[in-house]
Design a protein around this ligand. Sequence first.
Ligand code: UDX
Length: 439
Amino acid sequence: MKIAVIGTGYVGLVTGTCFSESGNDVTCVDIDETKVQKLRSGEIPIYEPGLEEMVKRNIKARRLFFTTNYEEAIPEAKCIFIAVGTPQTEDGSANLDSIWKVAETLAPLLSKEAIVIIKSTVPVGTNRKLAAQLKSLTGREVDVASNPEFLKEGAAIDDFSKPDRVVVGVSRPEVSEVLHELYKPFLRTEHPFLSMELESAEMTKYVANCMLATKISFINEMANLCERVGADINQVRRGIGHDQRIGFSFLFPGVGYGGSCFPKDVSALISVARNQLMEPTILNAVDQVNTSQKRVLFEKINRYFKGDLKGKTFAIWGLAFKPKTDDIREAPSLVLIDQLLEAGASLKVHDPVAMENVKAKYGEQLSYFDHHYDTLDDADALVIVTEWNEFRHADFDYILHKLTTPVIFDGRNLYDPENMTQKGIEYFGIGLSSVKDKS
Ligand code: UDX
């Protein structure tokens, strides 16, 4: 099938590449000339395991093309996926300017059989608005479909190629059949293709992300409460997770969720609800808990050093919003860095892949180290913000020897508190029953 994908961000690039991998003829369109030049030579603008090899392989097989010119992609395409950004506006709603601009540009080039599919996360009602706009631009009915994407950064190829489910919103069954055919190589009996109304598909994406964000804010609030009452969230997690209705997944306490999706989508759904004159009590709380959770590490550090952080040096391990990505959008590390700098501390930082992005934001304000152990020289404490695998089995004797004060603040509960005590390291995690932490 001939496919066009508009927008070569995370979702667009992975979508285009995975569809070409399953034998389709895919042209990806982006307005950024430099980006397109790089992509043509197989250089990808993001860090995503396995993606670069897949892009190169499909370019070589002449199934994957990149262009800035809509005319090279749209007229022959049966399916046109729109995967442009829908950033958050100041009032929390999604900014759809890019979607409308794309619609205007592609309308005159559409073939009669074309289906225009929105992959970007968009508020309920957007697909119907797009259909109306395409009708007024072309003077005829154009098939529109909603096809939200659930992939996670760092596992994008796997998530796309083995999705838990594929959701499409359509206004007639024939459109659903075409999309079902396209997705067949990725489906299994237990990974179904779910076809529904446009509005339900749009809502599914928000509800999925907001449900996951709710789990995180809930467990973070419980973790904070565990600390205060002398309970241990790890034990509690085990205690609740065996109940199959609850389960274990996505209930790891930490320093709050970040990234390009959860914060934006929670705000957007709040805005959708308010437009319907409904105040979404739970979503508001999820957002508030997350904002304060991003400050929890600083509060622990500040309390330990009795409010005197001026001139102190901290080693920070992990800057990306989660492991296996260089993405620092809405990352909890940024909140911590701002707070520590404001308090007059010096920061020695390391991240396996996100350092360039942090450098672009903070420049000389931070000291950057290629190896995480090199951040420890003369540091007053070690602070862990992202749970990269390489931090999991640390050499504690070395850490102890290097730190001025033998203390670790761990925002991801990577280490065994008892082991830390035996080593003579003071250890503060999230939701652990450390007596010292309850001051
Ligand atoms: C998310 C959704 O998972 C995905 O389905 C959607 O398409 C886009 O948004 P992503 O933003 O890549 O994907 O990251 P994800 O792995 O879901 O993690 C989001 C945040 O939640 C991270 O900051 C992570 O550290 C945090 N998190 C996750 C927790 O704090 N605890 C957990 O138990 C799980």
